[in-house]
Design a protein around this ligand. Structure first.
Ligand code: AHG
Ligand code: MN
Ligand code: MN
Length: 339
């Protein structure tokens, strides 16, 4: 089989859209470039003290910023602004959105939202981390200043989304709404090759991924579902579930996408809206999982249909194999009927 590079794949896909201007292809190329730079830094994190550990600053959400959070943020923003194909970017690491103020950028029709480094507390212990991105068409007119409303669109308006996982190998997985494709990086020649064409997630799985240390703080229907998964191992008549939780959303998501499973970050006592951010964590992964045949919900709503009211808004997040999400949703619905 011919080895297809991500560049060839993007160009080929663009040919399937008559009238395409190539702007989306350039955005994906910029993301690809930034991911190579970040991947290179991550691979030497154990050796280079200047990129390991805390930057000594906090982001707007009060989280400790790692040096690599800052490095990855700068790499993605620089790569995205350089080509003049987007008018602005919103990032987990910036309080507000960043407007690219050149004429060429103001004329661009897309905005991008990013979690530049996901799972960054895992860097210091050599565990997989990732980057997540999401692309929307702006609402404001081309040529005008970009506005917060360009970034607060529901996930169902996404034009593209994806992630990079920096794991035992580096992979880029993305969708433009026509299925999901995965590319593995060959560091010897610096190229991503198509390795996982048309990814589909199994309808059923045996993996549940959740921070079980928070179990006592989950609402009853979610806690009941976790207990169901836990007890299934002891009952040979039922499916035996396994608990797998890395603590890097991208890595947990990627494993479950391939193997089948459910990932849960519910509300807790201290985090009534959960921990994960709607615009640059949940919505892009929801787009991907739906394109792969799975589902993503919050407590009572499809993630893709939630209209964000704030850039850094958090939502309870449940994502994965269709039948597992259906089961959890039945628990959530029967609880709300009984109130
Ligand atoms: P980030 O590093 O971008 O702030 O994201 C961290 C997130 C996510 O990657 C992970 O799934 C989750 O935090 C883990 O949270 P807990 O430690 O509370 O389980
Ligand atoms: Mn994250
Ligand atoms: Mn992050």
């Amino acid at each position: 089989m011919k080895n297809v590079t991500v560049g060839e794949f993007i160009a080929e896909s663009q040919n399937n859209f008559p009238g395409s201007t190539g702007e989306l292809s350039k955005i994906l190329s910029s993301i690809k470039l930034a991911s190579k730079i970040v991947s290179h830094q991550i691979n030497k994190a154990g050796l280079a003290k200047e990129i390991l550990g805390s930057s000594g600053r906090e982001n707007v959400q009060g989280e400790d910023q790692q040096k690599l959070d800052v490095f990855a943020n700068d790499s993605f923003i620089n790569a995205l602004s350089a080509r003049g194909v987007i008018c602005g970017v919103a990032s987990e690491e910036n309080d507000s959105f960043v407007e690219f103020n050149s004429t060429v950028n103001n004329d661009a029709k897309y905005v991008v939202l990013i979690d530049p480094l996901d799972g960054s507390s895992n860097i210091d212990v050599n565990v997989s981390v990732g980057s997540i991105f999401s692309v929307y068409k702006r609402i404001t007119d081309k040529g005008s200043n970009v506005d917060i409303k360009d970034f607060l669109q529901p996930g169902n308006r996404q034009v593209a989304s994806g992630y990079i996982i920096y794991g035992s190998s580096t992979m880029l997985v993305y969708t433009t709404g026509k299925g999901v494709n995965g590319f593995t990086f060959d560091p010897s020649i610096g190229v991503f090759f198509l390795s996982h064409p048309d990814m589909k997630t199994p309808n059923d799985g045996t993996i549940y991924s959740v921070n079980e240390g928070n179990l006592n703080y989950f609402k009853k229907p979610v806690a009941d579902y976790i207990k169901y998964c836990q007890s299934s191992n002891k009952d040979q008549m039922k499916t035996a579930y396994s608990s797998r939780y890395i603590g890097s959303l991208v890595a947990d998501f990627h494993r479950n996408l391939i193997k089948g499973g459910i990932y849960l970050y519910p509300s807790t006592g201290t985090n009534p809206n959960g921990k994960l951010r709607l615009t640059y964590e949940c919505a892009p992964l929801a787009f991907l999982i739906e394109q792969a045949g799975g589902r993503a919900i919050s407590e009572n709503q499809r993630i893709m249909d939630i209209v964000p009211t704030e850039l850094h808004q958090r939502v309870p997040f449940f994502v994965g194999s269709k039948n597992m999400i259906d089961h959890l949703e039945e628990n959530l619905e029967s609880e709300s009927r009984s109130i």
